[in-house]
Design a binder for this molecule. Structure first.
Ligand code: ADP
Ligand code: ZN
Ligand code: ZN
Length: 715
């Protein structure tokens, strides 16, 4: 039903503040005032005129009547989606916080959180969609017979979750049964309240079909709504409505799901909470993990963060104050794999190969090759990890020094042997491999370094004479962004591995996450050293997590767990990171990293924000940021708090990004750091009008775009 909104001259109009999708950098960050013939409660979806368009908006508040002169010009809403229940206070508070904290316009964040189809469906189509949704609570009850006897660690964790407010950090080894804890905590929440809803966040839905399947098996598919970026607009609307109307008792999704309307939210689970993909990298650069915590706090929902390798932020937040931690989360530990007996808690043995002692250019050291051979000959699977796709990262000429640089980016184009192309992994530029050096004509051009394509080819050569138990040859497959381009390709490749149709799987970090490969008993990191010396302070944390997660793929069956292996080929076998890995010592690794971070003044001991600018020239990009810093320093101290905030924020000089030029655009950034989060927030808010004004000046015409990244993941 469409509400009649034609101006009614008899009755006085009602005024509505409506959040609308204002252009990203228009400086119109606040809701706009409209008139309406009828009062509409906050949270109502409306269609309103904006410029020459009609757009979807959300009623935010009922403001006082504008001054007469302004009231004259105030436009009237075009209609309301009266059949959709209004978005509740908690949702609006979450959106308002997200916009404020991540320095974006309210309407932009609100509309980005709604399914796009809401913008185009008319009231009749909408009513039809709503009618199709079954009534709330009409789900099949959980199949109690599937509930298994818990391990002692699971029992303890669930008792703590039941009795305490949280938030909780479930620090559980891979295979320790975290998913079972999530499901039973969800079960408890749903049983306590017939309307309760649970939100389960996962890093990437494609990579975790098993989690989805396990929840569906336990709670019934009808009770679950999945929200992620791979859905069609119609599927997205359906899932969103199921969550919004309370029909879905469990909402399972990727980071976008944290902003979904879930009115009866009682529990939020963030699985693999350390995963960088929880941070949005464009638009409102929010962290779904951090918003989950805020949302739990707002709506009195319990929050469980789970990981075998927690982010150092969460680890610090969950350390007791007496141990120098923040004591804000309750840490629950599950250190043993389910069914583990003997040493190592059922985790694989870690073996380091000193590549300094191998002949130069060795790709796979003989002892590792022997181990792989032994495994596949026994009918087990091996997983080889190399974080570079393509055949070789650089093509070069030994005569004149030419290298396969991308003309548009400050990066090399990667040699892909399969289709004999040079491809830029930043801007996508793809060309045929030249027959001769483009600079000097030398016919003998060579490659430098190795990628997954080359590893796949070499391992096939090396295992050519090896037979599986059936006497057949070894089957090798590769999974990376190249091999899985196209709908359903990743799923089918993974299904092959699960079905046992692959003996050796080569891949990038895509294969390290979440998969429950039953027959993998050997995992090897072929060349993980680069991350040890990266300029990004988070690189060691990432590497350690990647290797621990990869090790977690090995021996997931309790029967093979004790006999499984994780190999690391390195020039630095004595590096503390690998020493900690050898004993599966995340706490030891984290303690050392945190001590370093404290000394260097990095998160979680300080808070960071990046101001980024892109322009045709590096000078222009940096000049914009430098001008902003100068203006911010000269901001009049409006009050004592503002002056104090400015004094508490440290500004670093503008610098080029690590990959400074992409597709012909130069990129620069400026780091802001503060020990006080509110001070940083205040200063960033004060910068917004300065940024808008600066951008509009002729001196800074060359600026293509700028952005603020609060709590950036990478520097
Ligand atoms: P995690 O999420 O910590 O990696 P999972 O929850 O996937 O671990 O558990 C690993 C395996 O152990 C799964 O196959 C799961 O079904 C099984 N499992 C979990 N808890 C139990 C239990 N209490 N008894 C028997 N098997 C269990
Ligand atoms: Zn040359
Ligand atoms: Zn390029």
């Amino acid at each position: 039903m469409k509400v009649d909104c034609s101006p009614d001259t008899a009755a006085p109009p009602h005024w509505l503040a409506v959040a609308v999708p204002t252009p990203a950098h228009s400086a119109l960050a606040e809701p706009l005032t409209y008139r309406s013939a009828q009062p509409l409660p906050p949270g109502t979806l409306v269609r309103v005129p904006l410029g020459r368009r009609e757009v979807l908006g959300v009623v935010w508040a009922a403001p006082p009547a504008p001054p007469a002169a302004l009231a004259e010009r105030t436009r009237t809403i075009a209609g309301a989606l009266a059949d959709v229940p209004p978005l509740d206070d908690a949702w609006r508070a979450l959106i308002a916080f997200t916009a404020r904290y991540y320095q974006r316009a309210l309407g932009e964040v609100a509309l980005a959180a709604l399914p796009p189809q809401l913008r185009t469906l008319d009231a009749v189509q909408m009513a039809r969609r709503l009618k199709r949704a079954p009534a709330a609570g009409a789900d099949t009850p959980a199949d109690q017979s599937k509930i298994i006897a818990l391990t002692a660690e699971q029992t303890l964790a669930l008792a703590e979750i039941d009795q305490n407010p949280g938030p909780f950090l479930l620090f559980g080894a891979t295979g320790s049964g975290k998913t079972e804890v999530y499901m039973q905590a969800a079960q408890a929440a749903l049983t306590q309240d017939a309307a309760a809803q649970v939100l389960v966040l996962v890093p990437e839905i494609n990579l975790t079909p098993q989690l989805q399947a396990r929840f569906a098996e336990r709670f019934g598919a009808a009770a679950i709504a999945c929200l992620h970026s791979g859905l069609t607009p119609a599927q997205r609307l359906k899932a969103w409505l199921a969550a919004h109307t309370g029909q879905a008792r469990i909402v399972l999704g990727t980071r976008v799901a944290v902003l979904a309307s879930i009115p009866h939210l009682a529990l939020i689970v963030v699985d693999e909470e350390h995963d960088p993909s929880y941070k949005q990298q464009e638009g409102a650069r929010y962290s779904a993990r951090d918003l989950a915590l805020y949302r739990g706090h707002l709506g009195h929902a319990k929050v469980i963060l789970g990981s075998a390798t927690p982010s150092l932020e969460s680890w610090h937040a969950s350390a007791p104050v007496a141990e120098g931690g923040a004591g804000r989360y309750q840490r629950l530990a599950m250190t043993h794999r389910v069914g583990a007996t003997g040493d190592n808690a059922g985790l694989p043995r870690v073996l380091r190969v000193d590549m300094g002692r191998q002949p130069k250019g060795t790709l796979i050291a003989p002892p590792l090759l022997a181990a792989i051979t032994e495994r596949v000959a026994r009918g087990e699977q091996a997983l080889l990890l190399l974080n570079r796709r393509g055949w070789a990262p650089v093509l070069h000429c030994a005569d004149c020094g030419w290298k396969s640089e991308c003309p548009h980016c400050s990066a090399y184009r990667v040699f892909h042997k399969i289709d004999r192309t040079l491809r830029c992994h930043h801007c996508g530029l793809t060309e045929r491999v030249p027959r001769a050096c483009p600079a000097c004509g030398n016919l003998d051009i060579g490659t430098q370094g190795r990628g997954t394509e080359q590893l796949e080819e070499r391992i096939a050569e090396l295992l050519a004479g090896v037979q599986r138990p059936s006497g057949e040859p070894v089957r090798i497959a590769r999974i990376d962004a190249d091999s899985t381009r196209g709908q359903g390709k990743l799923e089918s490749a993974l299904a092959q591995v699960h079905a046992g149709d692959v003996d050796v799987l080569v891949g990038t970090q895509m294969i390290a996450k979440g998969h429950d490969f039953r027959r993998v008993t050997l995992v090897a990191a072929i060349n993980p050293d680069a991350a040890l010396f990266s300029s990004d302070f988070r690189a060691p944390e990432r590497l350690f997590a990647l290797l621990m997660q990869s090790a977690g793929r090995a021996g997931r069956d309790a029967a093979s767990g004790a006999d499984s292996q994780m190999w690391v080929q390195t020039q630095h076998p004595q590096h503390p990171l690998f020493v900690a890995l050898k004993s599966h010592d995340y706490p030891g690794f984290a303690a050392r990293q945190l001590a370093e971070r404290q000394q260097a003044g990095f998160p979680p001991f300080t808070h960071l924000a990046l101001l980024r600018a892109e322009a045709r020239s590096q000078d222009a990009a940096q000049a914009f940021l430098t001008a902003l810093a100068a203006q911010a320093a000269a901001l009049p101290a409006q009050d004592a708090a503002q002056a104090e905030a400015l004094a508490q924020v440290r500004w670093y000089p503008a610098v080029p990004l690590a990959v400074q030029r992409v597709a012909g655009i130069e990129r620069a950034q400026m780091l802001l750091e503060s020990a006080h989060r509110p001070a940083l927030q205040r200063v960033l808010a004060a910068c917004q009008p300065l940024l808008h004004a600066l951008r509009a000046t002729p001196e800074h015409r060359a600026i293509v775009r700028w952005a603020v990244d609060v709590d950036p993941q990478g520097l």
